[in-house]
Ligand binder design. Sequence first.
Ligand SMILES: [Zn+2]
Length: 210
Amino acid sequence: MSEPLKILLLGPQGSGKGTQAKILERELRIPAFSMGQLLRDEAASGSELGREIDRIISGGNLVSDKVAAQVLRARLSRPDVANGYILDGYPRSLEQANEFTFDKPTHVMVIEVPKDESMKRLGGRLTCFTCGRVYAMRDGHAAGDACECGGKMEVRTDDTPEAIEKRLKIYDEETEPLIAVYGGQGLVRRIDGVGSVEEIHNRIVKALER
Ligand SMILES: [Zn+2]
């Protein structure tokens, strides 16, 4: 067995990195997780930390980078990550990376999508309000359709062009300094994120071999 693959997947909203993380998880047989999912799982577990997270989130507040790192650390101590893991979109700022001191990615894959393309994709987006899964109208889904989980998919109220543009700008401002640091360590692979899901997947696999 070669060294464990510890893949950090970065990309703006609409880059399809969640989809790519799921495909890599199946193919490489290593678990993939996003911070949102880890926080929801921890909250649902009813642990002391989980109850604290639940209070923060239900109060409409953001979980601090310290607490997020604590949750990630607990997840990375579980045996199923022995052969590696895929971090979907975390850390995505220098502040978050500064708390992520207990492990280090072996590959930082940056899925790059031009702003116009991100805007177009996010404009046609439906989100399940129960599980958070995202669907695309261009795949034939419509508001009110049922999600796999039984929930209902709707357009998020913050998926307006102005709100999308603002989120993309924040991504650039927060993530580029982080990419620069990982780049200095030789970990960064930039992936062209325009194309089919399969094309992008193949680019990622190729870049993992480098
Ligand atoms: Zn759902």
